[in-house]
Design a protein around this ligand. Structure first.
Ligand SMILES: NC(=O)CC[C@H](N)C(=O)O
Length: 238
């Protein structure tokens, strides 16, 4: 069993969904952690869930990034523990400099909420080993600022290091214009750091872990993390 800390900032709203998946569906030790916490040493993995931390004032994630708990996130990331940012959590991780690039307002300047498809680009990571290479996942999105941007040099480096984990695609895995819901460069939906222990993604895998909710495709993210943490290595299912 792995021990997960789920960070909660004022305005976070997806923490119970993540807690439910980890505790009741996947039977892990998981608990909520308030943003004032300064020590995350007791967790194998930390998740920054979605929401509207500090009301998205200034920019989504720009204020949460200065919360006391973020210093502790730097510490455990440095030690190679797993850190996953979902939606607003991804925004906070880019603001904190733990992941490259930025999440700008959606290209059409509208909030988008609905189902999307993402193609798994890497399966040799602690977050995606439960999937098949090129597998297309059906996972919902819900954001106003999900338009991934990086300057040309940073984007080239992200691609060169193979840091793109998920790209928006159509159900056949093609990177068509209409499959990109927010204008993200290179269809980027999820990236990791160079070390491979910090990942952020805009889609909400915790909302796609039960068939009754319309998809179980998101569960592989959490299952991969658990496998990595309990077996100590990346595992390929097939
Ligand atoms: N679901 C979320 O985490 C929303 C993220 C952020 N508040 C946005 O609108 O972009």
């Amino acid at each position: 069993m792995a021990k997960f800390g789920i960070l909660v900032f004022p305005g976070t709203n997806c923490e119970i969904d993540v807690l439910r998946v980890l505790r009741y569906l996947l039977h892990q030790d998981a608990e909520l952690v308030w943003h004032t916490e300064q020590d995350l040493e007791r967790y194998d993995a930390v998740i920054l869930p979605g929401g509207f931390s500090y009301g998205d004032y200034l920019r989504a994630g720009a204020i949460a990034r200065w919360a006391p708990v973020i210093e502790a996130v730097y510490d455990i990331a440095e030690k190679g523990r797993l850190v996953l940012g979902i939606c607003n959590g991804f925004q906070i991780l880019t603001e904190a400099g733990l992941l490259p690039g930025a999440l700008q307002r959606n290209r059409h300047l509208r909030y988008v909420c609905g189902w999307t498809h993402v193609r798994v680009e890497r399966i040799d990571t602690p977050f995606t080993s439960a999937y098949r290479e090129g597998q297309v996942l059906r996972i919902p999105i819900s954001h106003g600022e999900g338009n991934f941007y990086a300057d040309p040099d940073t984007l080239a480096e992200i691609e060169k290091w193979g840091q793109v984990v998920l790209r928006y695609a159509n159900p056949d895995g093609q990177l068509t214009e209409t499959a990109n819901p927010n204008g993200s460069l290179h269809h980027i939906a999820g990236i990791m750091n160079k070390a491979g222990n910090v990942m952020g993604l805009m889609p909400h895998p915790e909302r796609a872990c039960e068939a009754i909710l319309g998809s179980e495709d998101g569960c592989g993210i959490f299952a991969s993390m658990i496998h990595y943490l309990t077996r100590g290595r990346v595992f390929h299912v097939d």
